[in-house]
Write a protein that binds this ligand. Structure first.
Ligand SMILES: [Zn+2]
Length: 53
């Protein structure tokens, strides 16, 4: 998939990236989530199912 950043020639590729989230109890949780990362500019798209959660 082509990068969504204007004039960027990069392509998104599947990667697992660390994602930090905070619970209502104040705990910080770090987990690897699937994302699309541009190999040129590093722009990151989270997958739909992650955003919905
Ligand atoms: Zn890009």
């Amino acid at each position: 998939m082509n990068c969504s950043i204007q004039n960027c020639p990069g392509q998104y590729g599947h990667k697992q990236i660390p994602y930090v989230t905070t619970t209502i109890k104040g705990l910080v949780v770090v987990k690897d989530i699937p994302a699309e990362v541009c190999d040129f500019c590093g722009d990151t798209l989270l997958s739909k199912e992650v955003v919905e959660h």
